[in-house]
Design a protein around this ligand. Structure first.
Ligand SMILES: [Fe+2]
Length: 197
């Protein structure tokens, strides 16, 4: 078994955001790099354990980590990619029409997405698209691995683990952080993801 090693996608790192400081992003970025390293380590560990014919229980326990480490890496890449310092305030074009058709208005979608992000627990708020029906739905994903829908495409990904806002907004600041997040959405990126659905 051989694996291509994953590397942090430096080109995705946002800087100069509104109400999300570079210090916050830098701190968060270091955690993302940890997921990249751990994903590589997990593949290496499993390769080694299987070659050693280690205990099936030990191998199974390691294998259970795939969802956490892989989604931890990939969801952060979606997250950083959909942030920009030159953000328009609202989506346009086909995505705007689809959000309006689903929720009635952009503001109604935003309210539902904010409430999704305020769900109790650590995780992610994700606007998903269903490639089959083109349906749009807001989801809350616990940790990184509890709730992603196989073959649905993440269109907008918002990290609501406390580490995503502790530097700027303290532990009780999730609502303020969510408002700040929405001021920095790269709708161009989200619209491209929707076009590729
Ligand atoms: Fe995070």
């Amino acid at each position: 078994m051989t694996y291509t090693l994953y590397k942090p996608k430096e080109q995705l790192k946002p800087q100069g955001l509104t109400n999300i400081s570079d210090a916050q992003i830098n701190d968060h970025w270091n955690l993302y790099v940890g997921y990249v390293n751990n994903t590589n380590q997990l593949n290496t560990d499993l390769q080694s354990l299987i070659a050693q014919k280690a205990s099936p229980l030990l191998i199974a326990d390691r294998r259970r980590r795939y969802g956490f480490e892989y989604n931890g890496m990939i969801l952060h890449e979606y997250y950083f990619e959909n942030l920009t310092s030159a953000a328009p305030q609202n989506p346009t074009n086909n995505l705007a029409q689809a959000l309006q058709a689903t929720w009635g208005s952009i503001d109604a979608w935003k309210e539902d997405f904010c409430n999704t992000g305020k769900s109790r627990g650590i995780g992610w708020a994700i606007l998903y698209g269903d490639p089959l029906t083109k349906n749009l739905t807001n989801h809350f994903i616990m940790d990184h691995e509890n709730g992603p829908i196989t073959h649905f495409k993440p269109l907008l990904v918002m990290d609501v683990w406390e580490h995503a806002y502790m530097v700027d907004h303290n532990a009780g600041g999730r609502a303020n952080y969510i408002q700040a997040f929405l001021e920095n959405v790269s709708w161009q990126t989200v619209e491209q993801r929707f076009a590729n659905l």
